[in-house]
Write a protein that binds this ligand. Structure first.
Ligand code: ZN
Length: 645
């Protein structure tokens, strides 16, 4: 491992324009350098390097990053290789950290725990087929549930015989260590006797993402009231209940393929659905859903569909957990099975195509589901209705994306027959409350940069969607792009006369900003080319553009003239007329857009920061964060100066 100190001095010493200059011919242009992108074919340069920010960005293909990313991308190096390349270029000595004996022991211990888990899982699996008790009790139970042998083998199901000293004894005889058996929770040390935690139970091994057995669930089959129906392995160094989902190892490819994850309650629900060919299914196995589990799913898809058996009390109890999913920016749908049925029983009594059809037909968006359920409960109860509004709005407030929030607010206003503005007011209250809480990282979490300010700004500008702003800017450019305004020259710091379109291009290049809408970037590039050639472009050029996408986008923009401003008025956003004051109008579009785009980028980085366990990646992300934050602050200052809001 390269020492963090070395990484830091490599990053501090490397000059991005020099490093990239070794591969790309760069021309100075304003504060930045411009060249032909090495990652895609182009004739006009759209690859920009910013020495002050230490980043590069291609406005053609979108590739962007810092100096290390460039080397990784360009030379196909790994992260450490890229660091070593830079160290060599600048004559920096690379200090590497040795793996200490304690670290080694810890690694060894984890490996030993996996090994003993695997050994015991295999032993329990053999019990199922090779012992009389396993066959008559365990296997017959699984067969009763219609599990095929291939399914039983796939999920490595097993049986622990009704004896205190079975698999533990066997493991010791095979050379596994007592401490390790105890550490995994498989065995309990009782008066110096090693006894089995699981006995007389059908066993469901729990796998991590890479398929290693990290824990076990055991179901008792006798009707003894004194013992729990299910018991699980205790937490250990390799088994962290809140971070694991049952079935994730088997489901992950299907989740990506289907771009959806089914969430069910129990082990057998997972196995039944999987056996029926519905493989994108996991379970939080008894515990209530945690943020870490949601993040695990989010690595594969932003969509979760929760499959419930028809018990309203149970569903209401899970509402809080679902708010957590929404908070992660994920889309949640609910499927309610008919009364008396759960996914497992439904699959067993129906064909797969019927199950799939049922799920597709019954899946309801969670917020709609919750609204309808609560509406039914508050018929003729005004007080209950007020609570209902608060509850629904609080749920909507969990959604990080402003556009989705607006859509839900609109829908709920229809369903509940409440004026949209009432809900918007309630939402703003709720958002303010949510974001005014100080951010307290949990102990496990890597400290992340403060993000409160960005979020506060986000609330203020919320009603202005990025798409709306982008539309309006392009419309403005098409109409007024060749007029002049007085604006700051970033290089000199002086106010100068600019042609609007030239200013926009320079400004975007300087802040490394792109439109979200790719067609609009195309339009901007056309302008850029035209400026270089010294020929002005007029609207008719775009209306008759060879690219159908560009042409129709422009036509659409010019056609819908008033719609946006109406929208803005309704939300009491300042409405300026372009003709009255071009500078102010332009700034009133461009600054909020930049603010929003950067805020979004910052949120992405923060999310990555929360997920990464790689120290080096974390370090780089943190640097990117602070660079962007600087730009965001500059923009905020400008906005305050101009609009005083
Ligand atoms: Zn490119």
């Amino acid at each position: 491992m390269i020492k963090p100190g070395t990484i830091q001095s490599i990053l501090e010493t490397s000059r991005i324009e020099e490093v990239i200059g070794d591969f790309v011919t760069l021309k100075k242009r304003g504060a930045n350098y411009l060249g032909l992108c090495p990652f895609h074919n182009e004739k006009t340069p759209s690859f920009s390097v910013s020495p002050s920010k230490g980043i590069y960005k291609c406005f053609g293909c979108g590739k962007a990053g810092n100096v290390v990313n460039f080397i990784i991308e360009h030379e196909h190096y790994s992260y450490p290789e890229a660091l070593k390349y830079l160290a060599k270029r600048y004559g920096i000595e690379v200090e590497e950290e040795e793996v200490t004996p304690e670290m080694q022991q810890e690694l060894d211990e984890r490996e030993s725990m996996f090994a003993v888990n695997t050994f015991v899982a295999k032993h329990l699996q053999e019990n199922l087929f090779d012992t009389a008790e396993g066959k008559s009790i365990g296997l017959s139970y699984l067969k009763e549930r219609d599990f095929r042998e291939s399914t039983i083998e796939n999920f490595q199901l097993g049986y622990a015989v009704d004896n205190w000293e079975a698999y533990s004894k066997n493991a010791i005889e095979n050379g596994y260590k007592k401490e390790i058996l105890v550490k995994t929770g498989l065995s309990i040390n009782k008066d110096d006797r090693l006894i089995d935690r699981f006995k007389g139970r059908v066993i469901f091994p729990i796998h991590n993402l890479t398929g290693k057995v990290i824990g076990f669930g055991g179901r008792i089959l006798s009707s003894e009231k004194s013992t729990a129906k299910y018991i699980n392995s205790p937490e250990s160094d390799v088994y962290n209940k809140s971070k694991v989902l049952y079935g994730i190892y088997f489901a992950r490819n299907a989740i990506v393929k289907q771009n959806n994850c089914f969430l069910v309650e129990g082990y057998t629900d997972v196995i039944s659905l999987f056996q029926a060919g519905i493989e994108n299914v996991v379970s939080s196995s008894g515990t209530s859903l945690t943020v870490d589990q949601i993040k695990l799913i989010k690595r594969f898809t932003p969509n979760i569909t929760i499959l419930y058996d028809g018990d309203p009390a149970g569903i209401k109890a899970s509402f809080r957990g679902i708010d957590l999913i929404l908070e992660q920016g994920m889309n949640v749908k609910i499927v309610l099975f008919p009364e008396g049925e759960d996914p497992d029983s439904y699959v067993r009594s129906h064909r797969t195509s019927e199950v799939e059809e049922f799920i597709t037909k019954e899946a309801v968006d969670f917020i709609k589901f919750k609204t309808n359920l609560l509406i039914d409960e508050t018929v003729g109860d005004p007080a209950g209705r007020a609570t209902l509004i608060k509850e629904i709005v609080n749920t909507i407030a969990q959604i990080p994306d402003g556009i989705s929030r607006s859509v839900y607010i609109k829908e709920c206003s229809n369903v509940m027959d409440i004026p949209e503005q009432t809900l918007v007011n309630e939402l703003n209250k709720s958002l303010r409350k949510k974001y005014s809480k100080p951010y307290t990282p949990s102990v496990e979490e890597i400290p992340i940069p403060e993000e409160k300010q960005t979020q506060a700004r986000q609330i203020e500008i919320d009603p202005l969607a990025i798409t709306d702003l982008e539309n309006e800017i392009i419309k403005f450019i098409l109409n007024f792009g060749h007029e002049t305004i007085i604006a700051e020259n970033v290089e000199t710091g002086n106010d100068e006369e600019w042609i609007i379109i030239e200013y926009l291009i320079a400004d975007f290049n300087n802040d490394q900003i792109n439109f979200e809408n790719p067609v609009y970037n195309e339009i901007l590039q056309e302008y850029e080319k035209a400026i270089e050639k010294g020929e002005p472009l007029d609207i008719s050029y775009f209306i008759n553009h060879p690219s159908q996408k560009v042409a129709s986008a422009v036509v659409e923009l010019l056609a819908d003239k008033e719609q946006l401003s109406e929208n803005w008025k309704k939300n009491k956003i300042f409405v300026k007329k372009a003709e009255d004051n071009l500078e102010d109008y332009f700034a009133s579009l461009i600054l909020p857009l930049k603010s929003k785009l950067i805020a979004k980028e910052l949120r992405k980085i923060v999310n990555k920061l929360k997920l990464t366990t790689d120290e080096a990646e974390w370090f780089i992300l943190q640097q990117q964060y602070f660079e962007l934050k600087k730009i965001a602050n500059l923009i905020d200052n400008k906005r305050n100066r101009i609009f005083n809001y």
